[in-house]
Design a protein around this ligand. Structure first.
Ligand code: PEP
Ligand code: MG
Length: 663
């Protein structure tokens, strides 16, 4: 069987290393031949390198062809992944508490772009604020290849050396990934491993060895060829993968020579790492939180190293121009991750200023981290819950680290997307139970499956729709597929005894949808009772995301236990402005009077019916809207974990206007 489909790529940032590696993993689950075509080029979905070389960007249209026994299933799963349903979205890096320092008031050394004071070098700052400390020069051992060609009789032994080293290297990368200091580092190492095990690269090395090149020369040459092809792409993310390819080639060459690479783990605590290049592999296998800062002569803001530095809030500057090679001899260095300025061996004045700024940044970070266990109340004594939005159990740790008071939105669709089979009741039960047990004494709001025609999931058939965002998505899709919905509801009922579970329905536009769900819950309860399976109960809430739900908030409040306003969708539907379309971004804003009026209507209806009202869209972490939300009667805000301390602080500084404003 052969199938074909054109797909608009919705994967964030396009097919760069991590999604390419995920796509390869997904493709390997099928027997079918899967080929992706972009422009005049095609790539098999089992080669992450070839996928990268397609240079597919977010928004591009690709042609997906599958052939073989499970071609239809492969087409559905891969097109679902390509159109944006990848689990890797959950791993997007988020700023850490320490990154709050980068938002500290600009100091004397935070200059306008392009300005460079005396004694300073300039690069691209990736945030993290100021740092000063002793230098840790990070220099890898030199590589030496034998001069002259390998005699023909020694070439197969040369190739065996390469293969042996490749197996050892891959084992090491996988071990590092298993012990990675963060989910982001683990994802990056996994993507690097997929480059290292790429069959095309191995074939290119073998071809060079067969031509008589010594192993090291062959590895570096094959790595360079691939890196150059990647570097020629216009997408900065794909270009940054050229760095990864060179790095992997160097590591393999070192392994062939029996040399161990220098590790960032050798960096003394608090020292500033100064490197020529800092590869994702080097950075991913160390605990960055121990380093005081990073300076890299090469590297871009989109390199893995920069992404990880940002995720940990480490002051970092990449691409530092150093024509006189001052950094090579420096013993102390000061850097500003905000302005991108670097001072090798700073003068005493500069050093003093940096020390003062570092102390200020530390105090700010400490002040915010001190809020970790704080349950914030406004100045006039109104408590407000600040909870986390999570996509999987992987996010629990981060949410707790930032002091989440429970979960205000768990997007369960991440359990269903980008995989080959639907999660069964046992898997869902165990996931929900894990989340509930992670937040004892706090509410955990789990949203039922929110997918639709734009995000096909293998095993769920959705008709082709002209306008999927106005189609069979969210609760509409679940009610149209009771067998699918019941699996989730049964899992939720069984998980309920393990914590304070609340369940909410996405995309509600009519009270009949709440009623329909209650009827299914009753069926599930009867089944579980008959099967003698333990279960509990949960509050059933409504996500307010459609203008209809806002306009009939009073009717919905009468049949529901709580409201959580999904400002991302509510804004796009109220403003009729696609939330993904940058050309209407100026209209798609939550602070528009029309959206704010809708929010006030909803919060007021909740108050009138004695139910609580929260916000779980992006706007929940917008401090400039906090006062409006609180005055409207919103008492729960749920957001990306890294934003929690800042919003807790803002709540502590707010005073409610009384009585709540009317629409
Ligand atoms: C929202 O629409 O605001 C929301 C939280 O849901 P999602 O972003 O998952 O659509
Ligand atoms: Mg939504």
């Amino acid at each position: 069987m052969e199938t074909m489909k054109r797909v608009r790529v919705g994967v964030e940032g396009g097919l760069h290393a991590r999604p390419a590696a995920e796509l390869v993993r997904l493709a390997k689950g099928f027997e079918a031949e899967i080929v992706i075509g972009a422009g005049t080029q095609t790539a098999p979905a089992r080669s992450s390198l070839k996928l990268l070389l397609l240079g597919v960007k977010e928004g591009d249209e690709v042609e997906l062809r599958t052939s073989g026994p499970d071609a239809a299933e492969a087409l559905s799963a891969i097109s679902g992944f390509l159109s944006g349903g990848a689990a890797h979205e959950a791993a997007a890096p988020s700023a850490s508490i320490a990154s709050g320092a980068s938002q500290a008031p600009a100091g004397e050394f935070a200059l306008a772009a392009g300005e460079r004071p005396a004694g300073a070098l300039k690069g691209i700052g990736t945030g993290g604020g100021p740092a000063i400390g002793p230098v840790f020069h990070f220099i890898q051992p030199a590589l030496e290849a034998p001069a002259g060609p390998t005699p023909p009789e020694a070439r197969s032994a040369e190739l065996e050396k390469v293969e042996g080293a490749r197996v050892r290297l891959l084992r090491q990368i996988h071990e590092d990934a298993a012990q990675a200091a963060s989910p982001q580092a683990r994802d990056i190492l996994t993507a690097i491993a997929s480059l290292a095990e790429d069959a095309d690269w191995a074939a290119a090395i073998a071809a060079h060895v067969a031509d008589g090149q010594p192993a090291i020369t062959a590895i570096l040459a094959a790595g360079r060829e691939t890196a150059q092809a990647l570097a020629a792409l216009s997408d900065p993310y794909a270009r940054a993968r050229a760095e990864d390819m060179d790095a992997v080639a160097r590591l393999l060459a070192l392994a062939v020579n029996g040399l161990k690479p220098v590790s960032l783990a050798d960096c003394p605590e608090g020292a500033i790492v100064v490197a020529e290049d800092l590869t994702a592999l080097e950075i991913g296998s160390a605990d960055l939180r121990r380093t005081g800062g990073l300076i890299c002569r090469n590297g871009s803001a989109t390199s893995h190293a920069a992404i990880l530095a940002k995720a940990f809030g480490i002051p970092a500057v990449f691409g530092v121009a150093d024509p006189e090679n001052k950094l090579a001899a420096a013993r102390t260095v000061a850097l500003d991750g905000t302005s991108g300025l670097v001072y090798p061996d700073p003068s005493s004045d500069v050093a003093e200023t940096f020390k003062a700024r570092c102390a200020q940044a530390r105090a700010e970070a400490e002040r915010l981290s001190a809020l970790r266990d704080v349950a914030p109340v406004t100045r006039d004594g109104t408590p407000v819950i600040v909870a986390a939005n999570i996509g999987s159990v992987k996010d629990i740790e981060l949410a707790k680290e930032y002091g989440a008071m429970g979960v205000g939105l768990m997007r369960t669709e991440f359990l269903f997307l980008g995989r080959t089979a639907l999660p069964d009741e046992e898997e869902q039960f165990s996931t929900y139970r894990t989340v509930l047990e992670a937040f004892p004494g706090h509410p955990v709001v789990i949203r039922t499956l929110d997918i639709g025609g734009d995000k096909p999931v293998r095993g769920i058939s959705v008709p082709q729709e002209e306008n999927p965002f106005l189609g069979l998505r969210g609760i509409r899709l679940c009610l149209a597929n009771p067998a699918l919905f019941k699996v989730q509801l049964r899992a939720l009922l069984r998980a309920a005894p393990y914590g304070d579970l609340k369940v909410m329905l996405p995309m509600v536009s009519d009270p009949a949808e709440i009623e329909g769900t209650r009827q299914l819950i009753a069926v599930c309860e009867a089944e579980l009772t008959a099967e003698d399976k333990a279960f509990g109960s949960f509050d059933l809430g409504t996500m307010v995301e459609t203008p209809a739900a806002a306009l009939i908030a009073h009717d919905l409040a009468a049949v529901t236990a709580f409201f959580s306003i999904g400002t991302n969708d509510l804004t796009q539907y109220v403003m009729a402005a696609d939330r993904m379309n940058p050309s209407v971004a100026s209209l798609c804003r939550t602070n528009h009077p029309a959206v704010l009026r809708a929010i006030r209507m909803v919060a007021q209806a909740a108050q009138a019916h004695g139910i609580w009202c929260g916000i779980c869209g992006e706007a929940a972490s917008d401090a400039s809207l906090l006062q409006i939300f609180l005055d409207a009667g919103v008492r729960e805000l749920s957001m990306a974990p890294a934003s929690i301390p800042r919003i807790k602080q803002a709540i502590g500084a707010a005073t409610l206007s009384s009585p709540p404003q009317t629409p």
